[in-house]
Ligand binder design. Structure first.
Ligand SMILES: [Fe+2]
Length: 351
């Protein structure tokens, strides 16, 4: 094990016994059943999670376990494919495709990461909404709106179906939570509906080798924050996700079978004028086997202008950022992300 990882882990081990820092577990059953007070109760828990932690877990979310299990199997199968099947799918300017081991560009979205220069030792594949070649946005050449890159069906039978099915299930899950987000942030319950009519999303699947097999200055995923509005990650029997507390100590995310881990990213933090947290996290696979993960990143409609949420500003607390669309935000992130301090005032990007 290398020195950097030990440094991260020492305080985590100290914290685990005390359970000082709880990541909330929100039971969605009352909300989904429409039980009296269910919405308000879940929204209140969500408000605390967004403002104080940046992470939470959900249970009774409605996604069938069979869908999740099937997708894990498909993910495992994809990464077992030979290089000559995967390499033609290299990630393109739309952030769609395959990134071989150690090739994931690791942007300095965390102060820790910027200082440490640790390499991400993971193999990944990214997909977005499965647009047809004749979709109007594809024909118009809009960035981030392009067909996915799939391996030939005979090489990976069922892979595309599993990925698309899972992504659609997660899109529905994420959208189902929006009334809770609106309520938690003191907005009308349908406030986010129009912003997510045709939302952007990214499904990233990854293979993380065992930490013991990695070199110095390598780990599965170095400390970072997400770009997303919301990230959804299903329970993983191979643990590895760690979250940085506000006091700087790292904690393991609780292992709750059947749950999803949810975190807010920089987009929501920015849109909410820093009311919502975007908390640094990392992956260190200390288990004796490889880890496969499939986080789903939900964002707004491509061209929705994210001006300050009206409940997150006042005369004393004006909006700190310029309004931006998803396309502008991601173009900036992928080409111009050099800020040592994330989320400082942004200049507008002309596309
Ligand atoms: Fe992340």
């Amino acid at each position: 094990m290398n020195v950097q990882v030990k440094e991260y882990l020492t305080p985590v081990q100290a914290v685990q016994t005390g359970a000082v820092y709880e990541i909330p577990v929100i039971d969605l059953a009352p909300f989904r059943a429409g039980t009296s007070g269910g919405m308000e109760s879940c929204a209140a828990q969500l408000r605390t999670a967004l403002e104080k932690v940046g992470f939470y877990l959900i249970v009774n979310h409605g996604v069938p376990q069979a869908t999740i299990d099937r997708t894990y199997e498909a993910v495992r199968g994809f990464f077992a494919l030979p290089e000559d099947v995967k390499l033609p799918l290299l990630k393109n300017q739309h952030n769609i495709g395959y990134t071989p081991m150690r090739s994931l560009y690791n942007r300095p979205t965390s102060d820790l990461n910027a200082k440490r220069q640790v390499t991400a030792a993971a193999e990944s594949f990214f997909m977005k909404a499965d647009l047809a070649p004749d979709h109007p946005d594809v024909l118009a050449g809009k960035r981030f709106r392009a067909p996915n890159q799939w391996p030939p069906e005979p090489s990976a039978p069922g892979f595309r179906d599993a990925m698309v099915g899972y992504a659609r299930a997660l899109e529905a899950l994420g959208k189902s939570l929006l009334p809770l987000y609106a309520t938690a942030l003191d907005l009308p319950v349908d406030w986010f509906d129009q912003a997510f009519v045709d939302p952007m999303y990214t499904l990233r699947i990854s293979r993380y080798p065992r930490q013991a097999t990695l070199g110095e200055r390598e780990q599965g995923l170095p400390p970072h924050t997400d770009t997303s509005f919301m990230t959804l990650l299903p329970y993983n029997r191979v643990q590895g996700l760690q979250v940085r507390r506000t006091d700087g100590r790292w904690v393991d995310v609780p292992a709750v079978p059947g749950s999803f881990v949810v975190n807010s990213g920089n987009m929501l933090r920015r849109w909410s004028n820093n009311r919502c947290m975007s908390t640094p996290h990392q992956v260190v696979n200390l288990s004796p086997e490889e880890r496969y993960a499939m986080p789903f990143f939900l964002d707004v409609n491509r061209d929705w202008v994210m001006d300050c949420l009206p409940s997150c500003k006042s005369d004393d607390n004006p909006f700190q950022y310029e309004p931006m669309t998803y396309a502008e935000y991601m173009a900036w992130y992928t080409t111009d992300y050099t800020a040592p301090k994330p989320l400082t005032r942004l200049r507008r990007i002309e596309l």
